[in-house]
Design a protein around this ligand. Structure first.
Ligand code: FES
Ligand code: FES
Length: 173
């Protein structure tokens, strides 16, 4: 079968969680499908596929991005971070992830990858977020299971742990 010109694959080079990566994508392939099916990075989830639920949230060059609204070819030369990049090493959880586990901030976990990415970004920019600021970030995510309260508690807990760690580092510097 002859492939239409518009279906031809292009090599897309980018960094994924700090590692140089190249995979092929058709011009209209979404970043969600690219990450999951071409790169094998299945931590990024696909819910609504039209920018509403937030399950597919990743960062591209540090900006929170809906992967379902982004074409794979757009990330050529960019730095992409996914939920897999939050773990400090294989088999270990980051502070925010561990707080989610401790507070039972997930049930089915479908929304969790995207929420973790948005809250990680918040904590990197605002180390002492208020509950209102956390809820404001969560307003961009749909969770059908938790009622959000444990997620807010986890984010507040992670913020205070990170603050204590920063204080300890400064004391020992
Ligand atoms: S799958 Fe992207 S916002 Fe829902
Ligand atoms: S934990 Fe199930 S949708 Fe959020």
């Amino acid at each position: 079968m002859t492939r239409l010109k518009s279906d031809r694959r292009h090599a897309v080079g980018f960094t994924l969680n700090g590692s140089a990566t190249t995979a092929e994508a058709e011009p209209r392939m979404l970043l969600t499908d690219f990450l999951r099916h071409r790169v094998g990075s299945t931590g990024t989830h696909v819910g609504c596929e039209h920018g509403v639920c937030g399950a597919c949230t990743v960062t591209v060059d540090g900006m929170l991005t809906r992967a379902c609204l982004t074409l794979a070819v757009q990330i050529e030369g960019c730095a992409v971070r996914t939920v897999e990049g939050l773990a400090p090493s294989p088999g270990r959880l980051g502070i925010l992830q561990a707080a989610f586990k401790h507070h039972h901030a997930l049930q089915c976990g479908f929304c969790t990858a995207g929420i973790l990415m948005s809250l990680d970004k918040l904590l990197s920019e605002q180390p002492k977020p208020s509950e209102t600021e956390i809820r404001d970030v969560l307003s961009g995510h749909l969770c059908r299971c938790t009622g959000y309260t444990p997620i807010v508690q986890a984010a507040l807990d992670a913020a205070s742990i990170l603050e204590r760690e920063t204080d300890t580092e400064m004391t020992h510097a």
